[in-house]
Design a protein around this ligand. Sequence first.
Ligand SMILES: [Mg+2]
Length: 170
Amino acid sequence: MKLADYFTPDDYFPSVLRIKPEFFAENNIKCLICDIDNTLATYDEEVPIKEVKDWLDTVEASGVRIALISNNREKRVYMFNSVLGYLYVSNAGKPFTHRLKKLIKQTKAEPSETALLGDQIFTDVLCAKKAGVRAVMVRSIDTTKRPFLRLKKYFERYFMDRYEKKKNIY
Ligand SMILES: [Mg+2]
């Protein structure tokens, strides 16, 4: 794998709600590990909004195991998961893979049939690629309140161009 491959998502969607549940079966994804902040919810949403909860329920009902992985603190993740009841890891330390690998073992899924869903290249995509799992990326829900995140998005552009070329989007 080339160095740039570690920073290039395998898939990109404008929102989780645009990922059809069939996408997972079509790509042999049996386990989906989701980032929370700016992927499933804004920082202000303590629990998932109805649309996201419904989407998660539909994906789960299609036979995909779901777990949560967040670099945010225990209190945030515990609260968010209170209406979901998934396996989860808080303070995950992404892009380091130690906690992700442990979580995948707990789900009893193989890394080859697992995907990490997240919104950031330098944490989520890199973490996924290092652990040998598929990197599914979505556009960050809201970057306006975090100037540093906007800066990171600027540096992500090079890899998003690479993704688009690879997928022949343009
Ligand atoms: Mg995030």
